[in-house]
Design a protein. Structure first.
Length: 342
């Protein structure tokens, strides 16, 4: 049986960025399979900003990872042993199998959030890693968050932050498909260039080098109809100043606040929602699980027709590099979808 190297949560970060001492590495033999089980060799571990929240004890949309547990993560891999007729050796699968090299799963779990639940994926339609990007959780977040909650209409102005990232790059492209003017907010010139030249955004704003308030005014002369917020903080306030009547603000994430040592900074401009009869609504991708397959099929069609580009996938290597790789999300050193090949 192969040896499985794993990353477990050893302690909860006190605030600020997670530290090496918060994690423990171990190695165990993979167990013999019982009926219904499969052994998956994990090829890619999805690194997501939400992982920072799962380290905290506080109440959220999903239970925190418990101390001593293998750290939760979306994964993609290949079945290497099977005692389950529904999965053959060689099948490619995705599941929340955690930060480890191998996982035993597949014994009839029906809850998509369960660490046992597996979905077979077709690597003839898209490369395996795309199932952790456009055709996986980030792409589905973009799809449902923008279309169901943002409800963009042709001719409207859509602003998205974290615009070159796994979620934001798909949001901007879907908004373009719907006939909108799209403005992306990023923290890097290369990312800005990518959004306009490769993804077809109409304009970008570099929040690290530009005055965001002034730049938004120039890029959105008619005001903002939809804001897809991935970052929170003061950028949300600047957007609220410039929304139009009946604007929709999609609260997807607030990465600027996840490692705070002080309380989360909320929007002081919230009365703009009143003045503009606007709506601000939080979304959680898991609420759409029943419709994932339909959405992924539609996006796969867009990819095949050349209408949607999958975000760049940045692969980091080595399970021992889990934490330094994860921290790239918070420094902006990742470009597109960040994954770890363990
Ligand atoms: N609600 C849901 O169901 C759901 C599901 C998935 C993801 N999310 C959320 O969606 C957001 C994007 O996730 P992702 O996976 O697509 O990540 P990502 O955009 O691929 O990577 C994170 C990016 O955030 C930007 N960033 C980091 N610190 C920042 C700061 N202080 N201020 C502004 N931007 C900062 C960096 O880009 P720059 O170089 O451009 O600064 C970084 O590359 C996150 O907030 C995540 O929690 C929510």
């Amino acid at each position: 049986m192969p040896t499985n190297h794993r990353v477990k949560l050893a302690s909860r970060p006190a605030g600020g960025l997670p530290q090496p001492a918060n994690f423990e590495f171990d190695a165990v033999e993979t167990p013999a399979l019982t009926e219904g089980q499969v052994l998956v060799k994990i090829s890619y571990i999805s690194l997501d900003p939400a992982m920072r929240g799962w380290m905290n004890e506080s109440r959220s949309y999903i239970k925190p990872v418990q101390i001593g547990d293998v750290f939760r993560a979306g994964t993609a891999g290949q079945v290497v042993e099977s005692q389950n007729p529904a999965f053959a050796v060689g099948d490619y699968v995705t599941g929340n199998l955690g930060v480890q090299q191998y996982a035993v799963a597949g014994a009839g779990a029906t809850d998509p959030a369960s660490p046992e639940y597996l979905v077979k994926v077709d690597t003839r339609l898209a490369p395996l890693e795309t199932y952790l990007a456009t055709l996986g959780m980030p792409g589905l977040t973009a799809y449902f968050g923008l279309l169901n909650t943002g409800q963009p209409k042709a001719g409207e102005t859509v602003v998205v932050s974290g615009a070159a990232g796994a979620v934001g790059s798909v949001v901007g492209q879907i908004a373009k498909l719907k006939g909108c003017r799209v403005v992306g907010i990023v923290g890097d010139e290369e990312k800005a260039e990518y959004c306009t030249t490769e993804l077809g955004f109409d304009a970008t704003i570099n929040y690290k080098t530009e005055n965001v308030r002034t730049a938004l005014r120039a890029a959105c002369p008619k005001g903002i109809d939809v804001y897809f917020d991935n970052v929170g903080g003061e950028i949300l306030d600047f957007v609220l100043e410039q929304i139009r009547l009946h604007a929709r603000i999609v609260i997807c994430g607030a990465i600027s606040q996840y490692n705070n040592t002080t309380p989360v900074k909320g929007p002081s401009n919230y009365l703009s929602l009143l003045v503009n009869r606007a709506r601000m609504e939080g979304i959680v991708v898991f609420d759409n699980a029943a419709n994932y397959a339909t959405a992924a099929r539609e996006m796969a069609g867009w990819i095949q027709e050349g209408k949607l580009k999958s975000p760049k996938v940045q692969v980091e290597h080595g399970i021992e590099n889990f934490l330094p790789a994860l921290l790239k999300l918070f420094s902006g050193e990742n470009f597109g979808k960040l994954v770890l090949a363990p």
